[in-house]
Design a protein around this ligand. Structure first.
Ligand SMILES: C[S@@+](CC[C@H](N)C(=O)[O-])C[C@H]1O[C@@H](n2cnc3c(N)ncnc32)[C@H](O)[C@@H]1O
Length: 237
């Protein structure tokens, strides 16, 4: 898959396909690749790009609410996820977090209990080019925790995260990291309480990002809505 862009517009297509918009028709060559500029029959130009992480967030078919790229950045930065790491993830949802982790080279096993969501996530990770190292398992992670071990990082974005956090010391290698995302402060408190029983370095953060308004009058933090997205709990085995 490639992206065809014109200003703010983006269209996902396979090379060899046709793109029809109000700007005209583009016959996409079978060998079209990043950097190419294609013209519609009306003379409008489309640039060709390959997909990168933020494009996955925008173009994956959505099921469960995906994590924002900035929160994924925190997960990767705080846990140090790197090439070759074994990561256990739940729930897959749209698969954006799982695909990002796959793109940095981690071997990801991700659980999704909704079979339809799992099927869509498999297509999404294939679109993201990481089907080789992201395995989507259909099932409830809490049913399988007793059979899993040896992971470098455990990432959870589920309401029942505390049940898995209670077994995190068995799932993680010594020194391995836990990262739990939650939209609610009550759930975050519960995760912290359970994590403190078996893990170390437990801390919780709220993730906020304020945009800057940059215009001819000056530059200042946006007076728009506070850019709150959720809470993250980190801990170490
Ligand atoms: C908020 S979404 C996850 C989004 C994902 N982190 C992303 O970036 O796209 C939560 C998903 O977890 C799934 N889920 C909830 N509890 C689960 C469990 N115990 N095992 C497996 N999947 C679970 C839900 O069906 C839902 O699709």
């Amino acid at each position: 898959m490639i992206l065809l862009t014109h200003g703010d517009r983006e269209y996902l297509r396979e090379p060899g396909e046709e793109l029809q918009t109000d700007l005209g028709v583009v016959e996409i060559p079978a060998d079209a690749g990043p950097g190419d500029v294609l013209e519609t029959h009306l003379g409008e130009e489309f640039r060709v790009r390959r997909l990168r992480g933020p494009d996955l967030f925008n173009h994956f078919e959505r099921t469960g609410a995906p994590m924002l790229p900035r929160d994924i950045g925190l997960v990767i930065g705080e846990t140090g996820i790197a090439g070759g790491d074994r990561v256990l993830d739940a729930g897959t949802g749209t698969g954006v977090l799982a695909a990002y982790m796959g793109r940095v080279g981690a071997e990801v096993v991700t659980y999704e209990r909704n079979p339809e969501f799992a099927e869509i996530a498999r297509k999404n990770v294939a679109l993201g080019g990481v089907a080789e190292n992201v395995t989507v398992r259909t099932g409830d992670l809490t049913d399988d925790v007793g059979e899993l071990s040896g992971f470098d990082v455990l990432t959870l974005d589920t309401e029942d995260a505390p049940d898995v956090v209670a077994r995190a010391d068995e799932l993680l290698v010594p020194g391995g990291f836990l990262a739990v995302y939650s939209p609610f402060v009550e759930a975050t408190r519960e995760v912290v309480d359970v994590a403190r029983e078996g893990l170390s370095d437990v801390r919780a953060v709220e993730t906020i990002q304020r945009e800057l308004d940059v215009d001819e009058r000056g530059t200042r933090p946006s007076t728009g809505p506070v850019g709150h997205s959720g809470y993250l709990v980190f801990a170490r085995n």
